[in-house]
Design a protein around this ligand. Structure first.
Ligand SMILES: *[C@@H]1O[C@H](CO)[C@@H](O)[C@H](O)[C@H]1NC(C)=O
Ligand SMILES: *[C@@H]1O[C@H](CO)[C@@H](O)[C@H](O)[C@H]1NC(C)=O
Ligand SMILES: *[C@@H]1O[C@H](CO)[C@@H](O)[C@H](O)[C@H]1NC(C)=O
Ligand SMILES: *[C@@H]1O[C@H](CO)[C@@H](O)[C@H](O)[C@H]1NC(C)=O
Ligand SMILES: *[C@@H]1O[C@H](CO)[C@@H](O)[C@H](O)[C@H]1NC(C)=O
Ligand SMILES: *[C@@H]1O[C@H](CO)[C@@H](O)[C@H](O)[C@H]1NC(C)=O
Ligand SMILES: *[C@@H]1O[C@H](CO)[C@@H](O)[C@H](O)[C@H]1NC(C)=O
Ligand SMILES: *[C@@H]1O[C@H](CO)[C@@H](O)[C@H](O)[C@H]1NC(C)=O
Ligand SMILES: *[C@@H]1O[C@H](CO)[C@@H](O)[C@H](O)[C@H]1NC(C)=O
Ligand SMILES: *[C@@H]1O[C@H](CO)[C@@H](O)[C@H](O)[C@H]1NC(C)=O
Length: 681
């Protein structure tokens, strides 16, 4: 922990810059205990807001003396750290004001107790005492350095711990005080999570599921810690709240892959996926596990049986979240209290959920990050991505997360080693594939054309229309030019890993447990696993498919998207993985209308969907929100907006150059942060 909490100096700097805006003094809501959750932690309420306090493994236990002795169960307290010698009303008020401005967990209900410390010998002056009285603060904890006298009990803290500032729940013992971290509980109103989770703080790196549900609205509750705990923590993702697709292992939590049958036969994870550990090491906070199409399949909303399909906040609220990282994309479009959601992309599963929710999401270059302890679909086609609303925050996360130390070995990808330069060697050409564009909704194409004009202007690029299908088919290599062969190889890769790691074990274990029965799984997997034939699809076929894929990738990087001395990827190719500006619905029949669209439609003159280009050719493919268009909803019978996004594709390894390009587009105002809720802009 050393060096993580530089709170006092940071806060002091912060306080200096904040003009003490008056904090309104409203009647404090009393502490109301609700229950202990199954993991021994306390759920409580202050007014109509619910909280979790990690009382089983508190943040700090301090030896302390209480005068006069006070026996209470638990008290919400606020920790304030200063470095001034005279602590006045202004000192306290500006700290509290900055807490209210910068955090959604803290509120003045936590002023029943105050823990104040100072880096220098200090005293609470008369104005501070009077100020505390206005909140009816009943208990003041004083560090060795601080003294105070007033109409409150005081607790002298003997060993002041490395305690971050912010709200805590204090429990007072005879000679000690324990301070538990608090989490605000938000209802997952769009039902994008399977369950909320939090750091157990047991010294063994476990997380605990929250296990709390709001019956009135059927919502799981999601715990988010105070952001104040992380102020002054210099790590790139300090305090950022991150939700995890339930394919990734997190120690202490069940990994289900969206299947109750799989959860039934597998133990709680006893380790954390390196890709998730990297987020924790960077300071990120895991707040729960999210829904996915079962085993990362491409199932349509109406094909979900085991889990209830999540809701998309955009438009009429009845739009698809796509698959398979559906929970992730829709949650980022829904909640300001959530910063990032981690998904995975094998065939479209980051990029299409980002498209239908109007958020940023990527399929990185093949091999970008370890997928150890992540349930596979296809070992050599799986990738990991992150959803975000804000281009700068998205890029910051991606650049920190995709560390070279986590690149996959060439034995996993079957490709040449991945090299990821972080330069401004931008592309010179904008490739506009006429077999994939224009956008299907003619009202959306002008938004794309304006984006292309901006791109061409800002980077001095030339637009080149070309036919992707004809170009690939024109290559002289019989393998690289044959979409049928390339697609078949991808299909072997995507089938074998999932069977080898999940399917075989699930079927045999279930049969043993339940008298030969087949497990209850969604139709996306049932027929394929029922008929799985290991003499056709096996490790040897997988290795052969990897070799086929490698041939395709090498041709692609020589003939279509290649490096030059000036550019990491000579071109950026555009296409749309979404619906071209038409709504696509969770309810099947609504997609039959000409003003709506199914997902994953193969364009009339193409051989593969745009989504399949990078799974086959290893390239990097990012979904970028660029606008929105109206439609008249047959659900709300009101005009609604549907997001318009575009996909930007560069040669494998040129991800960071593309991030730098996107950052420049944000600097120029071409790309913007999207809002949560009904509309993205
Ligand atoms: C308090 O901390 C700030 C920021 O580090 C510093 O500028 C200031 O001099 C400090 N004040 C005292 C009294 O130490
Ligand atoms: C303090 O207590 C008094 C008397 O019970 C009450 O009227 C007042 O609203 C309380 N103030 C706060 C901030 O809770
Ligand atoms: C974790 O669980 C696996 C089986 O699920 C087991 O093989 C392994 O030994 C366990 N590791 C630890 C550290 O307990
Ligand atoms: C823009 O690119 C063209 C070549 O496509 C080049 O001739 C021209 O000098 C470039 N302009 C700038 C301002 O870089
Ligand atoms: C692209 O090329 C393919 C193969 O030659 C052809 O069948 C198709 O019609 C072309 N598409 C367009 C839009 O020109
Ligand atoms: C096909 O290859 C030939 C020979 O290299 C070239 O002249 C032609 O332009 C290519 N056609 C397409 C559609 O790429
Ligand atoms: C492409 O590959 C398939 C499957 O291997 C094969 O049947 C077909 O003849 C090939 N097409 C061409 C044009 O070579
Ligand atoms: C599995 O595939 C092999 C080879 O094609 C075939 O001979 C065998 O009959 C298949 N097994 C089943 C159960 O379909
Ligand atoms: C709504 O329903 C009408 C009548 O069936 C249909 O013409 C229209 O295309 C539908 N709108 C959308 C956005 O699906
Ligand atoms: C464009 O929309 C129409 C009407 O929904 C649909 O039939 C067609 O397949 C769509 N094309 C693409 C490429 O999505």
């Amino acid at each position: 922990m050393a060096g993580r909490f530089l709170v006092s100096s940071f806060l002091a700097a912060n306080l200096a810059s904040i003009s003490a805006s008056a904090v309104p003094i409203t009647k404090r809501n009393p502490y109301t205990f609700v229950l202990n959750n199954p993991y021994g932690d306390a759920i409580f309420e202050l007014g109509d807001i619910s909280y979790l306090a990690n009382t089983k493994h508190p943040k700090a236990i301090l030896s302390a003396t209480c005068e006069p002795s006070k026996s209470t169960s638990a008290i919400p307290v606020t920790v304030i750290k200063t470095n001034v010698s005279s602590i006045s009303k202004a000192t306290l008020e500006s700290a509290i004001g900055s807490y209210l401005d910068g955090d959604d967990v803290f509120n003045t209900d936590f002023l029943e107790g105050l823990y104040v410390s100072s880096s220098v010998k200090a005293k609470l002056d008369a104005s501070a005492i009077e100020y505390l009285a206005s909140f009816n603060t009943s208990l003041v904890f004083l560090d060795k350095t601080v003294s105070a006298k007033g109409k409150f009990s005081t607790i002298s803290v003997k060993n002041s711990a490395e305690l971050p500032a912010g709200p805590f729940l204090a429990t007072i013992g005879s000679n000690s005080v324990s301070l538990a971290s608090v989490y605000r509980l938000y209802p997952d109103t769009y039902r994008t999570f399977l369950f909320g989770a939090y750091d157990t703080n047991d010294g063994e790196d476990n997380h605990s599921p929250l296990g709390v549900f709001l019956p009135k609205f059927w919502d799981p509750m999601i715990p988010v810690p105070s952001r104040i705990y992380y102020w002054g923590d210099e790590r790139p993702l300090a305090g950022e709240r991150v939700a995890i697709k339930d394919l990734y292992d997190v120690k202490g939590l069940q990994t289900s892959g969206g299947s109750q049958a799989w959860a039934h036969i597998t133990p709680t994870s006893n380790g954390t996926a390196p890709s998730v550990q990297q987020i924790l090491d960077l300071g990120g906070v895991v707040i729960g596990k999210q829904k996915l199409a079962q085993f990362a399949s491409g199932a349509n909303p109406w094909e979900w049986q085991d889990e209830h399909y999540p809701f998309n906040p955009r438009g009429d609220g009845w739009l698809t979240c796509s698959a398979s990282s559906s929970g992730g994309g829709c949650s980022i479009a829904a909640y300001d209290w959530l910063d990032y959601a981690i998904g995975s992309d094998t065939g479209s599963s980051m990029r299409r959920p980002a498209a239908v929710s109007g958020t940023y999401g990527q399929r990185p270059s093949q091999g970008m990050i370890s997928l150890e302890r992540v349930l596979p679909l296809g070992g050599a086609t799986d990738t990991a991505g992150v959803f975000s609303r804000d281009p700068y925050k998205w890029i910051k996360f991606a650049k920190a997360w995709y560390s070279p130390s986590l690149h996959q070995d060439v034995t996993v990808t079957g490709l040449s080693p991945l090299v990821v330069p972080d330069t401004d060697a931008f592309p010179k050409t904008i490739l506009y594939p006429v077999d994939y564009l224009p956008l299907n909704n003619s009202a959306a194409e002008p938004i794309l054309q304006e984006f292309i004009d901006n791109l061409a202007r800002i980077f001095n690029m030339t637009v080149k229309e070309f036919n992707f299908t004809a170009t690939v088919q024109n290559w002289t290599d019989p393998v690289a030019s044959n979409f049928t062969r390339l697609s078949a190889a991808t299909s072997v890769i995507n089938t074998w890993s999932a069977w080898d790691v999940i399917g075989r074990k699930l079927l045999s274990t279930w049969a043993t447990l339940f008298d030969g029965r087949f497990p209850p799984i969604d139709p996306a997997r049932r027929p394929g696993w029922k008929a799985f034939n290991e003499s056709v699809t096996n490790q040897a076929a997988y290795v052969k498919a990897q070799a086929t894929k490698n041939i395709g990738v090498e041709w692609y990087e020589r003939e279509l998207q290649y490096s030059t001395p000036e550019s990491c990827s000579e071109s950026v190719m555009l296409y749309d993985i979404g619906t071209g500006g038409k709504p696509s619905f969770r309810e099947r029949e609504l997609n039959e209308s000409p003003d709506a669209s199914y997902l994953a439609v193969l364009p009339k003159t193409a051989k593969i969907t745009g989504a399949n280009i990078c799974p086959i050719f290893g390239c990097a493919d990012f979904t970028i929100p660029i606008g929105q268009v109206p439609y008249f909803s047959n659900v709300t019978f009101h005009e609604e907006m549907v997001p318009v996004t575009i996909n930007m594709v560069v040669k494998r390894g040129c991800d960071f150059v593309l991030y730098n390009m996107i950052e420049k587009l944000a600097d120029e105002g071409v790309l913007k942060a999207v809002k949560t809720g009904r509309t993205a802009f």
